[in-house]
Write a protein that binds this ligand. Structure first.
Ligand code: HEM
Length: 146
């Protein structure tokens, strides 16, 4: 499951970059909306499956014990840094999507909600990138480094 989440992050980072490109450069608002809602739905399913896996199925600590960074605590520190970004991420995403659906007009033309959405959309995107980058760092330190 950790491996799937690791690979999935790359796919989602690329899809998000495409979605922001589509709205910034091509003004493809509908496509941007659909990609973002699709990504959020996939992320919600993955996060729930991942939490069930690491809490009840896979003992990640015993898998990570072989890492040269485990005994010094570096693996744990990297996990804490990752969680600083990962925990608020779904809440910020949910609020950005909820408010975009409520506040943009049905034809999705830019308007009064644009300023707030561009600011928080960028924050949500950066938060996700930092979640992905720190998650990859934790994954490498815990399971790949030898
Ligand atoms: C977490 C999900 C989302 C993120 C991270 C996100 C991110 C962004 C970003 C970064 C921009 C600004 C691009 C730029 O000019 O720099 C943007 C623009 C826009 N987004 Fe989203 N978005 C999300 C969800 C949505 C949803 C659900 C809708 C529609 C219901 C939507 C509609 C729009 C529109 C209409 C614009 C253009 C605003 C304007 O140029 O005035 N977005 N989004």
């Amino acid at each position: 499951m950790l491996d799937i989440v690791f690979l999935g992050m790359f796919v989602i980072v690329v899809a998000m970059a495409v979605s922001v490109f589509l709205v910034r450069v091509r003004r493809q608002y509908l496509l941007h909306r659909n990609i973002q809602i699709g990504l959020a739905t996939i992320l919600a399913v993955v996060v729930v499956a991942f939490e069930i896996d690491v809490r009840f199925v896979t003992d990640w600590r015993s898998l990570a014990a072989a890492s040269p960074y485990f005994d010094s605590g570096i693996v744990y520190y990297s996990l804490i840094i990752h969680l600083v970004f990962a925990i608020p991420c779904p809440f910020v995403w949910a609020i950005v999507i909820w408010r975009a659906i409520k506040k943009f007009p049905a034809d999705l033309q830019p308007g009064e909600h644009s300023r707030e959405h561009i600011l928080w959309g960028r924050i949500a995107a950066i938060l996700f990138l930092l979640t992905a980058a720190t998650g990859c760092t934790f994954y490498w330190l815990a399971f790949i480094a030898s």
